[in-house]
Design a binder for this molecule. Structure first.
Ligand SMILES: Nc1ncnc2c1ncn2[C@@H]1O[C@H](COP(=O)(O)OP(=O)(O)OP(=O)(O)O)[C@@H](O)[C@H]1O
Length: 259
């Protein structure tokens, strides 16, 4: 089996003797794009912090590949607004060379903003800048905490495309948190639905039918997500079991509604 970049085995993290992350298994390899979804307070950020090595674990085991370089993209860029700071200066603060910084900015499509003030960037430009800073480290693993926050819907789709391209380019692994279920379902490889423990995990097409997913997010959400994966020739009942055998149409798309 390919070596894991990071592997968690039955990891538990307690706060005040309460498990916030409960016996979670997770394995990220090169080429993976894994998205963690789950309700507020489900333990997503805590889990990501454990992967980053900044959150001690209470139980279980966490192993990282030797010499692993992680690029981290936080939710927001928080900077002292009175401090004048250009994009170039911000990038150079990462300690990488001018050339590496320029290349990283070009990869995320914001190299034309080199001399702009970081305070004047739009939400989408800021996210691309943060991504560029993470890339400048040439990471083996990219960790993103809600990368599409504050980005409009077209910008979000473009950002997910970019993340996929960067994964191909760098041959890195990607693990991210997202609240945008529609985008996740349309654009991610593998999803982990977390609610302290792993409720369900797998490919988007499969987990939107998983009873644990339906219980966590509700039937209307699950139904609205099924629209992205109309390649089934069957329906599921409440328990996720197959209940009918409708046939595909000429395009291989399904010919029924999901209930
Ligand atoms: N350092 C801490 N000490 C005590 N409790 C904490 C600490 N950090 C997080 N928690 C609690 O752990 C739980 C999970 O928090 P976490 O931030 O991991 O959730 P999340 O899934 O990322 O939520 P959201 O979607 O709202 O960002 C919450 O109840 C939170 O209050």
């Amino acid at each position: 089996m390919t070596e894991a970049l990071v592997e968690l085995r039955r990891v538990t993290i307690n706060f005040d003797n309460r498990p916030v992350v409960d016996q979670v298994d997770l394995r990220v390899q090169r080429g993976d794009i894994i998205t963690i979804i789950g309700p507020n307070g489900a333990g997503k950020t805590t889990l990501i912090k454990a992967v980053l090595g900044i959150q001690p674990i209470s139980d279980g085991a966490l192993t990282m590949a030797q010499g692993l370089t992680i690029g981290y993209v936080p939710q927001h860029l928080t900077l002292e607004s009175t401090l004048p700071l250009s994009v170039k200066r911000f990038m150079l603060l990462s300690g990488r060379s001018h050339q590496e910084c320029r290349e990283a900015l070009a990869k995320t499509g914001v190299d034309h903003l080199l001399d702009a003030s970081v305070h004047h960037l739009s939400g989408g430009e800021k996210q691309r800048l943060l991504l560029a800073r993470a890339l400048a480290r040439r990471p083996d693993l990219l960790v993103l905490d809600e990368p599409a926050q504050g980005v409009d819907i077209n910008g979000q789709a473009a950002l997910y495309d970019l993340i996929r391209n960067l994964r191909d380019d760098l041959n890195c692994g990607v693990i991210m948190i997202s609240h945008d279920l529609h985008l996740v379902m349309a654009a991610t490889d593998k999803v982990i639905c977390l609610n302290q423990h792993v409720c369900c995990s797998g490919y988007p097409a499969d987990i939107s039918h998983d009873p644990a997913f339906i219980e966590t997010f509700g039937r209307p959400v699950a139904e609205s997500l099924a629209v992205y994966h109309h390649r089934h020739n069957h329906s599921h009942d409440l328990h996720g079991d197959v209940v009918s055998g409708d046939h595909d149409d000429a395009h291989g798309e399904c010919s029924h509604a999901h209930h």
